[in-house]
Design a protein around this ligand. Structure first.
Ligand code: HPA
Length: 261
């Protein structure tokens, strides 16, 4: 069922791949078509761990949108309009370091933005937003991104992983590229030199938009491969395969986090 609605309906948003929605045990699901100033988004609403959840497939319900074409603005705004206080995302990345082998889970804490053609803000002059406390954000807005990911939610994820005896790395720097191509080995060497730990294509502008919306957002980042030049080739097939292997652990982790929020 799809119904149009713009109201406060959820506590927690989840952004992930379609593969993983099928495994996450959300009860009483309905699909809400949320209209935003940037387009409509289908959000699967339901209950999990006593909380109201809204799930979005980042690349669209049929995984048709490549990273540079994802409607990050509509996705983020839809969760905002539904009333999400927290958003947990999952992202696949390549590793720049031997310490983070494929299969590693990292609760990244920093970003270096190497995207080229993405609008990384809501506030380009005309857009205005009324925040839940009544403040209006509009015009020139400079957002503090000292903590690009919410440290409270990162802590909850790390503590939940400890409870589950699931090994996760508690921090890492995510280099975001434009894609959709993978990187050259020379780019990877450069990214490592400037302090990157992992490289992916989806955290920008997503993390920055949630910062603007003042929603507590964090990512469960999954290493699917060594980056270009560190292994023979990087293939999308491998990325999907390794990510899918970690889905049961990620589902358990998200379920535990939600219980503890
Ligand atoms: N590079 C960029 N994005 C990625 C990679 C990679 O090696 N692996 C998974 N997403």
């Amino acid at each position: 069922m799809v119904r149009n609605l713009v109201a406060k309906e959820i506590d927690i948003g989840i952004i992930g791949g379609s593969g993983f929605y099928n495994l996450i045990n959300i009860a009483n699901t309905t699909t809400l078509r949320v209209k935003t100033a940037f387009g409509s988004v289908d959000v699967i609403k339901g209950n999990l761990g006593g909380k109201k959840i809204g799930f979005i497939t980042r690349h669209g319900p049929k995984h048709t949108k490549p990273p540079h074409k994802v409607n990050y603005h509509a996705n983020a705004l839809a969760l905002f309009l539904l009333g999400a206080k927290y958003v947990i995302a999952t992202n696949a990345v390549g590793s720049l370091k031997k310490e983070f082998p494929p299969g590693s889970i990292i609760i990244v804490d920093q970003i270096i933005d190497f995207t080229k053609n993405r609008k990384t803000t809501f506030f380009d002059g005309e857009f205005g937003l009324t925040m839940p406390d009544g403040r209006v954000k509009k015009g020139v807005v400079h957002t503090d991104v000292t903590e690009p990911y919410c440290s409270y939610l990162r802590k909850k994820i790390i503590e939940s992983a400890e409870k589950l005896k699931l090994s996760v790395f508690p921090r890492g720097t995510y280099i975001c590229t434009e894609g959709p191509r993978f990187e050259t080995p020379a780019e990877i060497n450069f990214f490592r030199m400037i302090g990157g730990d992992v490289v992916g294509m989806t955290t920008v502008p997503e993390a920055f938009l949630f910062k603007e919306l003042e929603i507590c957002y964090a990512s469960i980042t999954v290493v699917t491969n060594y980056a270009a030049g560190m292994q023979q080739r990087v293939t999308h097939k491998e990325v999907i395969e390794i990510f899918n292997k970690r889905i049961p652990d990620i589902v358990n982790l998200i379920t535990e986090v939600i219980k503890n929020l």
